[in-house]
Design a protein around this ligand. Structure first.
Ligand code: MF3
Ligand code: CO
Length: 258
């Protein structure tokens, strides 16, 4: 069942996803060679709590940390720990908040210092794939219109689209209906209605689309160990078009003044 949100509920979801965006900016400012992913998790958790919210991921189905940090060949759900960030890495940070009965969930992939031209292009294409999908998030379209837009853009750039993990509805729960795959056919899937709030989150691999689930029970990595990128928006479907509740400008402005 798909929960439609009132305007007031959408504003609480916006509050959540703006806090997620500000948390991502805070983490991004602190990503530098030598920092551990554990330290980045601590910074995020303190920032979330200092702003009166709770980390939505902590304890979710037993997840042991407040954020997911996935480096290079790691696709998503990397558990923060001893891993040290290096120059040239790409680092996906996925943050969730719980505030006023609703959940925020968004992700950004950061470049650490000088990264290879190929990695830079992977980040740009993955973010653009998210924008192409978001443009389809409007009343009267179907989920497949979003999925196909993401898939076509990523694959036409020669990349692999991960199949095993998908976007989702967002509300009082982190994962609500409908599922929002990053692959599919135009005109298929659930109809998009006013008041739906969804997370669109392309996971795009530089090489093959195949992934492996690590034995820690969480981390997903590419089978060929080539890099992967992940960007995630929370988007409300409004009468006048997609209303993006996440704000990447906050993140990108923080990086420019780093
Ligand atoms: N953003 C992730 C998702 O949409 C949530 C991380 S899963 C958790 O699936 F277990 F870490 F919470
Ligand atoms: Co999500």
């Amino acid at each position: 069942m798909i929960h439609l949100k009132t305007d007031q509920e959408i504003e609480i979801l916006r509050e959540n996803n703006l806090l997620v965006s500000r948390t991502l900016a805070e983490v991004g400012k602190n990503i530098r060679p030598g920092v551990t992913t554990r330290e980045l998790n601590r910074i995020a958790e303190e920032f979330i709590r200092a702003n009166g919210a709770e980390p939505a991921f902590l304890g979710y189905q037993g997840y042991p940390a407040s954020v997911c940090i996935s480096v290079n060949e790691q696709v998503v759900h990397g558990i923060p720990g001893d891993r040290v960030i290096n120059e040239g890495d790409i680092v996906s940070v996925d943050v969730g908040t719980f505030l006023k009965g609703f959940v925020g969930d968004s992700a950004y992939t950061f470049a650490v210092g000088e990264v290879s031209t190929e990695a830079r292009r992977l980040l740009e294409v993955t973010k653009e794939a998210l924008y192409k999908g978001t443009a389809q998030a409007k009343v009267g379209n179907r989920v497949g219109d979003i999925s196909a837009a993401v898939q076509e853009y990523a694959e036409s750039n020669g990349y692999g689209v991960v199949r095993e993990l998908v976007g989702h509805g967002l509300g009082r729960k982190m994962h609500e209906s409908p599922e929002v795959p990053n692959f599919g056919a135009r005109g298929r899937g659930p109809l998009l209605k006013e008041g739906m709030v969804i997370c669109i989150e392309p996971m795009i691999n530089m090489g093959t689309k195949a992934v492996v689930f690590e034995r820690d029970g969480w981390t997903v990595r590419t089978k060929d160990r080539k890099p992967s990128a992940h960007f995630e928006f929370a988007v409300a479907i409004r009468r006048d078009g997609p209303d993006v509740l996440t704000d990447f400008n906050i993140i990108e402005q923080a990086l420019n003044t780093k």
